[in-house]
Design a protein. Sequence first.
Lengths: 264, 264
Amino acid sequence: MPLDEKWKSACIITIGNELLKGRTVNTNFTEIAKMLTDHGVEVTSGLVVMDAPESIGWAIKTALLSSDIIVTSGGLGPTFDDMTLASIGEALGIDMIENLDALEMLKARFGKMHLELTASRRKMAVFPEGSEIIPNSVGSAPGMLLNHEGRIIISLPGVPSEMRSMLASAIPRVIGHDFFYFDKSITFPGVMESQLAPFVSDIMRRPGNMAYIKSHPLQTEDKNPGIKVEVSARTDSLAKSMEIVETMLREIQEIVKKFGKSSA
Amino acid sequence: MPLDEKWKSACIITIGNELLKGRTVNTNFTEIAKMLTDHGVEVTSGLVVMDAPESIGWAIKTALLSSDIIVTSGGLGPTFDDMTLASIGEALGIDMIENLDALEMLKARFGKMHLELTASRRKMAVFPEGSEIIPNSVGSAPGMLLNHEGRIIISLPGVPSEMRSMLASAIPRVIGHDFFYFDKSITFPGVMESQLAPFVSDIMRRPGNMAYIKSHPLQTEDKNPGIKVEVSARTDSLAKSMEIVETMLREIQEIVKKFGKSSA
């Protein structure tokens, strides 16, 4: 099935030892996941890896096995531990070359600051051959957009403000046609997750079901039970996604109404 | 090399579609990473996967390839999408059995609430054969501690308060002897990351170097530059880790002092 006929799947690779030491909460992952989801992309996995060429290379190769779109965040700057692009090039056997678009951007940026384009800074212009550049209007390091055998790799800096604006500019260059994701939640006070569970299992296994149902307990089961039930759908029209979700929520409300009176 | 002679490596697997949709910030990952790091465990990767048996199974098999300790979070409750333990059992070819310790805990817990042990609730007592149980003093679902061919798998609930106390109780059961991680940061105002980068590269490549150096730019390079330099070490004594870090920081201070006067 060609990519356009279905929604695309994505893997997010976040790079940084500070994430793996528990120093930094991985909000970049969450922001990237939300932006992709809002454009109808299904984020199916995330990989968090160290600032090391073999770790980054492993992550890229792993993500390529199952994802149409791969977004990496972190490791594009001038220092020794900024090695994302070189690691991707090495992992995929692609030569690294000085990209003229990137070089122009860096020259303009540092020139305006009356700063020399040192070797460390010039490193930010070296990309895997065939890359397109994602301009960075907030900081220095340009981003990468690489079509590798029909799969798209987007590499963004780890600085949240840079990452955010660059992903927003890259998404329309990658996604031809949006899918429409919709979800809605209803809270049922007095209902325990384990009461609803068997009914939801049955619905989820029903042939042709296009709704995804997830329940979250609001309290522990011993005191003031309650659950929030979230129903979601992702189709080629927002109206259709909404209709599927609303219909399912009505069905769940009916179920809850029935056992509501007989519950403990 | 036996595990005791070196520090252990870990992979953290966080499970939940809400993470991959960008609805929930993955603070569980950060908390688990911090607790493991504080006990001298080196967290080398993280995997975020969907509530689906094949995703969870893939994550476990992937983590087992490179990690001594695997910690999973999420998917231990009574609902249809709580499938972590069954997925682990299936992936590793281990039979699922009703664990008597877990069953006792659930009977006691629900009995105290005068609640029936329904099939959905009883599911929380089904574990891969050979598992030890991690009691849950906060909520219902017990956790799993499984020694699989010399590697340890710890499965915890996704509810942060439950996860936290259960991991704290599981760590001493797993880690015989702590390694000691120490790091310290110094801020250098007026220094740009790209100025220090070549010196740090040289130090990191020096044979026998036991310090890890990471610099974080404090601002973008155009205005008020400054960097925070973090040096870390992980050895078998805290004194040794501290000494390595302090010595390295003094060396970096000397370097900065030299080029401080000649900088742009």
